[in-house]
Write a protein that binds this ligand. Structure first.
Ligand code: FE2
Length: 202
């Protein structure tokens, strides 16, 4: 059974004025879709047929199957990205995630500053993530398609810093795109749900 290309969890114009419908139509409808289609073409009839995508990512990485890994990781990363944003987000987290953010970044502005600094310093294409591990919360970057799943940490939120994610709206101003995310778009419900699952499994 092929990997599913899912609809956005909101309307294409739902994140305006921060991210335009035109950006999401290209980013989701062209870029994300192409990763899923290329992945399905690559795994059809292979040992990966019917595997969960997380298992494909891990196995293809281990086997250095670059094409399968890149398309599987990009398919997964983009699904995670759409859920990391929401048009109706709360302005701050609550519960254990709020406590851990305070512990690891001093306060919410400290988290925003650290996330922005990390996303700005990514050279070229990649992703910035809030992750959880036994060491606590951390912000990490990954290059190109790379996913934190292969590093044994649990992603809670992500931001795509490939130029295709922001160029139509912000041109080269990656800092304004990052500001829009950290100040207006974070889906704290999603991050809290991911953190809760991590804590239950830890
Ligand atoms: Fe992207």
């Amino acid at each position: 059974m092929p990997i599913t290309f899912s609809d956005l969890p909101y309307a294409a114009d739902a994140l305006e004025p921060h991210i335009s419908a035109r950006t999401l139509e290209f980013h989701h409808g062209k870029h994300h879709k192409a990763y899923v289609e290329k992945l399905n073409a690559a795994i059809s009839g292979s040992r990966y047929d019917d595997w969960p995508i997380e298992d494909i990512i891990a196995a293809a990485h281990k086997a250095s199957e670059v094409g399968v890994f890149n398309n599987a990781a990009q398919a997964w990363n983009h699904s995670f990205l759409w859920n990391s944003m929401t048009p109706n987000g709360r302005d701050q987290p609550t519960g254990p995630l709020a406590d851990s953010i305070k512990e690891c970044f001093d306060d919410l502005p400290g988290f925003r500053t650290s996330f922005k600094r990390s996303a700005l310093k990514q050279f070229g294409s990649g992703w910035t993530w809030l992750v959880a591990s036994a060491a606590g919360l951390d912000i990490v970057n990954t290059n190109n398609a790379e996913s934190p799943l292969i590093h044994g940490v649990t992603p809670l939120l992500t931001l795509d810093v490939w130029e295709h994610a922001y160029y139509l709206d912000f041109q080269n101003k990656r800092d304004a795109y990052i500001d829009a995310f950290v100040n207006n778009l974070i889906n704290w419900d999603f991050a809290e749900k991911n953190f809760e699952a991590y804590r239950l499994a830890a």
